[in-house]
Design a protein around this ligand. Structure first.
Ligand code: CAP
Ligand code: MG
Length: 426
């Protein structure tokens, strides 16, 4: 299709239009302009040839405008009329701007870098039910980051063993315990039995420590089954649900947000299949924005210093130069000020250990949740001491004392530093 009428470089987008920014590598023989026109067409009302069923009213009202082409950065920006979308229906919106376009032959690579959803349409999205303030109210933790663990091994423990690890983590000093992304309801650790045992020991840990303790059970499953599992969480007094938002899909997430009144912890398992290639796919920034609109209260965004892919460029850009940064000058993207949409917690997880806490907080600030799996249960003296070492490292960082100094009087932290030092894992 070589209809260049989608291109209008003098066009001024209105604030009510949705803006999509793409990185584009056309295939041999195609210009960036032709590629841009085809992306605009295929993501809206067009197809590979002119059609007799098209009419002026549709073209006038719904035809998007490619209003920016940057050959140096190979990026384009397209303005879409809001009527093209059923605002609030995230699957439909992705089927438009993140659908067929990725498969077109005339493109070698395409990456959806960023999306601006018009403020006027934000009211069509629920956003987080609790957000940062609501979670801080529930947890009674006013300013500092929240610290938690993922029960390890990921799967394999019985419900009783799982509950014991959770209990040790809480009494050791952690605020939060969560299931791993691949733990659901398994023969040796059924969902219902796990809820019963873990939440009973949560109550015990709260009594013994006098502190509020949270458990984030993974309800990821078929959508209606997720609602059933959320009811089981409620039956045993749980306040949280965890959802693998990409593997269960936007529909699954929206079903949970619209029907479950619990704090939603969003795991992004599978994201790297979509976000990792800087030339093809969808940026984590785009996924994070829609996750917040859909209503997650907490979302994994990376650590910069941990084991997962995603260095400064992906997770941080203090000056907003690079396109798909998760951090703006006013904090991380999930706490940016949006009309009617509450800010959400960023979750830093993946290869973290106490020695890395000062760095993570330097990059990501205090409105974060730091999660430690191996960095807790891998402590030389086990889970309870591992939890204590994490709490001590956080205390030291909050009072601006070096970890080395603090470790002189806190042996759990000393043990962690002896094993892992201050460096990032392989
Ligand atoms: C971390 C983790 C998380 C990752 C997810 C894991 O465990 O439980 O799933 O952090 O990555 O299974 O690897 P460790 P991301 O603390 O033992 O590394 O947060 O980047 O989405
Ligand atoms: Mg995990």
């Amino acid at each position: 299709m070589r209809d260049l009428s989608y291109i209008d470089l003098n066009y001024e987008p209105s604030k009510d239009e949705l803006i999509a920014e793409y990185y584009v590598e056309p295939a041999k023989g195609y210009s960036l302009k032709i590629a841009a026109a085809n992306i605009a067409s295929e993501s809206s009302i067009g197809t590979w040839t002119t059609i007799k069923t098209m009419n002026d009213r549709i073209a006038e009202k719904l035809k998007p405008h490619v209003y920016s082409i940057n050959p140096r950065q190979k990026t384009i920006k397209i303005a879409y009329a809001p009527e093209l979308f059923e605002m609030g229906n995230i699957p439909q919106m992705f089927s438009s701007i993140a659908g067929n376009v990725f498969g077109m032959k005339l493109l070698n690579n395409l990456r959806l870098q960023d999306v601006r959803v018009p403020e006027k349409s934000m009211s069509k999205f629920p956003g987080p039910k609790f957000g940062i303030d609501g979670v801080r109210k529930i947890t009674k933790i006013k300013k500092r980051p929240l610290i938690g663990t993922i029960v390890k091994p990921k799967v394999g423990l019985t419900s009783a063993q799982h509950a014991k690890v959770a209990y040790d983590s809480w009494v050791g000093g952690l605020d939060i315990v969560k299931d791993d992304e691949n733990l659901s309801s398994l023969t040796f650790n059924s969902f219902k039995n796990r809820m019963k045992q873990v939440l009973k020991l949560r109550d015990k840990a709260e009594k013994e420590t006098g502190n509020k303790k949270m458990y984030m059970p993974n309800i990821t499953a078929e959508s209606l089954e997720m609602l059933k599992r959320a009811k089981i969480v409620d039956q045993f007094g749980g306040e949280y649900v965890m959802v693998d938002i990409l593997t269960s899909g936007w529909s699954g997430l929206q079903t949970v947000r619209n029907n479950v009144g619990k704090v939603i912890h969003a795991h992004r398992a599978m994201h790297a299949a979509i976000t990792r290639n800087p030339r093809h796919g969808i940026s984590m920034l785009t996924l994070a924005k829609f996750a917040r609109l859909a209503g997650v209260d907490q979302l994994h965004i990376g650590t910069v210093v941990g084991k997962m892919h995603g260095g400064k460029r992906e997770v941080i850009n203090l000056h907003g130069e690079i396109e798909d940064s998760m951090i703006t000058e006013n904090g991380h993207i999930l706490e940016e000020n949006w009309k009617n949409i509450k800010p959400a917690f960023a979750v830093a997880s993946g290869g973290l250990h106490p020695g890395l806490i000062p760095n993570v907080m330097k990059y990501l600030g205090n409105n974060i949740i730091m999660q430690f799996g191996g960095g807790c249960h891998g402590h030389p003296e086990g889970t309870r001491k591992g939890a204590a070492a994490i709490k001590q490292a956080l205390e030291a960082t909050m009072e601006k004392t070096s970890l080395t100094e603090y470790a002189k009087t806190h042996k759990e932290l000393a043990g962690a530093i002896k094993k892992w030092g201050f460096s990032s894992p392989e």
